[in-house]
Design a binder for this molecule. Sequence first.
Ligand SMILES: C[S@@+](CC[C@H](N)C(=O)[O-])C[C@H]1O[C@@H](n2cnc3c(N)ncnc32)[C@H](O)[C@@H]1O
Length: 293
Amino acid sequence: MTRIALRPAINEAAEVLDRAGVRSPRYDAEELAAHLLGVQRTRLALVPLVEPELLERYRDLVARRARRIPLQHLTGVAAMGEIDLAVGPGVFVPRPETELLFAWTLAFLETLPHDHRPIVVDLCTGSGALALAVAHARPDAEVHAVEVDPDALTWARRNADDRIADGDTPIVLHADDATDPELLTDLNGRVDVVVSNPPYIPEGTPLDPEVIDHDPRRALFGGADGLDVVRGMLPVVTRLLRPGGAVAVEHDDSNGSELAALLGKNGEYSDVVEHPDLAGKPRFVAATRTTPR
Ligand SMILES: C[S@@+](CC[C@H](N)C(=O)[O-])C[C@H]1O[C@@H](n2cnc3c(N)ncnc32)[C@H](O)[C@@H]1O
C-alpha cells in the first residue's frame, strides 16, 4: 500500500486546531501524531511516511481535540517530574506550572538533615501527581497523599500501583477530606513538608472548554475568592508540620497575597515567600513552620 507523507497532515491538523481555538495548535497536532506512532514528539521527523489507515485515525483524534477534549484525555497521560501519570475523565489533569511546586519540594527536602526519614504530605492529590513524583525522586521519603473525590482516588490508586510496579517506594493514599480536623493525627508535629495544589479558582472565573467541561468542578473552584479549601486546610497543615518544616500551596493569579497574609497572620509561620511562575505570575506561596520559643 502507498504510504503518505505525515508532515502535510500535521500542518493541516495544526490549522484545524487553530481554527477551533486550541491554545497550542501545532504542539497538540504533533503530540497526537507522536502518540499514535508511539514516538517522542521531537522524533517525528524520523517517521516521514505513514500508512493511510494511521492517517485516518490521526484525523479522528484531531477532530476530537478540535471539539476541545483535553490533549491529555486523548493521549491518556500527563507528566510530573520524571514520571507519567494516567489521566482521563474524573480526574484533574496535572499542569506544567505545578512542576515549580514539585521542584521547590525537592529543593526543600535537600536542605533537611539526614537524621530521619523525611515525611511528605500532599493534600488534594488528584491523580497522585505530586506525591508520586516526590516518591520517585526521593525513595527515602515517607509520602502520604490525601484526596476526597472517589473518582480521582481511583486514578490515584491506579497510578500508585503503576509506580510500585516500576519499583518506586509505595506512597500511602488516604481517602479523606484535607480540611478534616482529625486528618492524619498520628503525624502531628512530625511532617517535614506539606505540598498542595488545591482547588483555588474563584467561583465564576471564565475558563477554557477543556477545563470547565472536563476537569471535575471539585478540582477547580474554591469559593468566592478561591481560598475556601485552603482556609480549611491551614489548621491541619499547622498541626501536622514539625517546627522548621515547610508548606507550599499553589494558588490562582488573583489570590496569592491573601494566601500569604493567611500564612503570615498568627505568627505560626516565618519566611512566607510568594513564588512567581516562568511568566512572572504569582503561582505558589511557601512558608516555614516557626520553632516554638
Ligand atoms: C487542582 S486539583 C489538583 C490535583 C493534583 N494535586 C495536581 O496537581 O494534579 C485539586 C484536587 O483536590 C481535590 N479536593 C478538593 N477538595 C478537597 C478536599 N476538601 N480534601 C481533599 N481533596 C480535595 C479535588 O478532588 C482535586 O482532585
